[in-house]
Design a protein around this ligand. Sequence first.
Ligand code: PTJ
Length: 247
Amino acid sequence: MNDLQPDHPRYVSLKLRNAVAAGVEQGITSVHGLVAHGRGEAFDYLIGERTRIFARRAARAAAAMLRLAQYPVISVNGNAAALVPEGLARLGELLGAPLEVNLFHPSRARERAIRSHLEKSGAARVLLSTRRAELDFIASNRRFVHPQGILKADVIFVPLEDGDRCEALRRMGKKVIVVDLNPLSRTARKASVTLVDNVARAVPLLLEEVGRLEEKPRAALQRIVDGYSNREQLRAALRCIRGGRKS
Ligand code: PTJ
């Protein structure tokens, strides 16, 4: 790793880049994850590398949806595991939800490395994919899931990924909350709630919101969910990227 100093003008961005590169070296992140991260960096640059109002609104709706869920599950890939392992472990703890490792680029060794990394970061229950349960409407490796995890879940939190599985999960009648810096991606457009933000900022924000909504009655949580429009927030994100409006 390079010798990165906190006074470097691009310190935070470079720190995250280092975390993903370290993930590859540790066998957690796929080499393709570096490319995906670079794409994310470009979008992050365009939104000013800070959490905008559309992400805050989405985080609130996401937190309410997770609080209302009967069986929430947190899906983890190689990039999310490298960037926010403690945050995901804490979210699982707050929600009483299992984490499930679900990869696009198949590798049993990487799945095991991610599980051990998440456990070291505090996760109580980490599931791996199985050949006993498959999702409908999807052909990629992501179709293999755990029967007590994504297959059973009614609400799934998915920090960044490709779009196929999001679409499949929605077609199976599940609610999907995603983090994706690209508001034009299929994942962003197909999700129930999309936080257009860096996963490194979005997960702490979501943790805060989930904590804040702990005591809220179900009817109030439902009103938050009902009042949210993902399409509107994606439009707001696009306006922000085009520089047409302060968001
Ligand atoms: O670990 P695996 O095998 O499951 O593979 C994971 C990757 C990410 C490689 C795989 O899912 C993939 O190829 O994803 P895509 O199709 O490149 O999509 C990644 C999306 O995440 C893009 O829309 C990026 O803009 C977005 N993204 C990248 N980094 C971040 C991000 N969004 C939020 N925060 C980030 N740090």
